[in-house]
Design a protein around this ligand. Structure first.
Ligand code: MG
Length: 383
């Protein structure tokens, strides 16, 4: 095992679990968190949840599961290079999207709109809800009973209103302090992963063209270098070779820049990381600018692409219908959800319905929609 830096999260000084547990014989506490996440039902469901392309649009696109694995992969490399806790970093990355609805951001927006009068729906807060409450597997506690540091990393952002209800975990949003470096790293690794794999998926789907991508300096620089070196490479390999160089470029910059920030700020403990007054994990200004530009480009040309927007509208209708159905007839949900909704206030019932819908995979939501409305609103996968 590599040596932990003094500013890393260290289980010896962990703020612990909500329900005290005896230590495991052969695993550290953060390893245990990671294992619980991998064994969770919500984790397995990520396999059938949309990242950008609705799950049945093709078998080769990223899903929430493969996205989470790519995030973890990137972050673990950086964690090891920086002397941070690798198992904690991995645990946070694997759990960061557990609260995502079916159908990606379109699903999140639709469910949030349905929940407008009942406190809203936010997938990041839902990830925490999944690990704290909704997974019920263990005899002695609700949820997965993860350590404070893993939960701190999962909750990336939080409105003040919600933060007040979260006790010590919400504290940092009220006091404006930062999370530990493992959490900061997982956050950036998420953006590195999607920025790059979405180019691959967008190109595969025919929604992004090479000429268009070459308007992005980060892409153009690496693409041109690859073409110079391998002038006869076919397009698919050309794109892939470009993307791997882009990832290597930004991850190396991230590690180097973060290392300098840590040196400059010289935190002696994780507490000093939290109270440093700024994030210590980040890119150099040049790479940050390119990274943000690429993010904007993908927003405008991929996520907002007409073809994607049409799918978005269709799947939003599916979730709206499901929400309305369960609100008017809670008994059409499985027994444990129906029981939780029974006798609850409107807001309480809406939260149960949102929990149920958010847990669905894409294809389950479509099947359920068809069952309840007799209406197949979206083309079924051709298999
Ligand atoms: Mg993500």
């Amino acid at each position: 095992m590599s040596k932990l830096a003094p500013y890393a999260a260290n289980e010896a000084t962990s703020r612990g679990r909500r329900y005290a547990e005896p230590p495991a014989a052969y695993r550290g506490e953060y390893q245990r968190d990671r294992d619980r996440i991998v064994h969770s039902t919500a984790f397995r469901r990520l396999m059938y949840k949309t990242q950008v392309f609705v799950n049945h649009e093709g078998d080769l696109y990223r899903t929430r599961l493969t996205h989470s694995l790519e995030v973890a992969q990137i972050a673990r490399t950086a964690a090891l290079a920086l002397g941070l806790s690798e198992p904690l970093t991995e645990a946070i990355c694997l759990a960061h999207d557990l609260g995502h609805t079916p159908f990606g951001h379109a699903g999140q927006d639709a469910l949030n709109a349905c929940m407008r009068d009942y406190g809203g729906f936010e997938h990041n807060l839902q990830s925490l809800r999944v690990v704290d409450e909704l997974e019920s597997k263990y005899a002695e506690f609700p949820g997965l009973n993860l350590t404070f540091e893993t939960r701190e990393g999962i909750l990336k952002h939080c409105a003040k209103r919600n933060a007040r209800e979260l006790g010590e975990l919400g504290q940092r949003f009220l006091e404006r302090t930062e999370p530990g470096l493992e959490a900061q790293l997982a956050d950036v690794a998420d953006a590195i992963a999607y920025n790059n794999h979405d180019i691959d998926d967008g190109y595969r789907a025919g929604l992004l063209e090479i000429d268009q991508l070459r308007e992005q300096p980060l892409f153009a620089r690496h693409f041109d270098a690859v073409v110079r070196r391998y002038p006869r490479l076919e397009d698919r390999r050309l794109i892939y070779e470009t993307i791997r160089r882009m990832i290597d470029n930004v991850v190396t910059d991230l590690i180097d820049t973060t290392r300098s920030s840590i040196e400059a700020s010289a935190p002696a403990t994780i507490h000093e990381v939290r109270t440093a007054g700024r994030r210590l994990v980040g890119f150099s200004p040049e790479v940050e600018a390119e990274h943000v530009a690429l993010k904007r480009f993908l927003n405008a040309h991929l996520y907002e692409h007409d073809q994607k927007l049409a799918t978005t509208r269709r799947v939003q209708g599916v979730l709206q219908d499901l929400f309305a159905q369960y609100m008017s007839n809670a008994q059409s949900m499985p027994r444990e959800f129906a029981a939780a909704a029974d006798g609850a206030t409107d807001a309480g019932r809406a939260r149960v319905v949102a929990d149920y819908i958010a847990g669905m995979t894409d294809r389950f939501a479509l099947r359920e929609h068809e069952r309840l409305t007799g209406n197949g609103t979206i083309e079924r996968p051709r298999d």
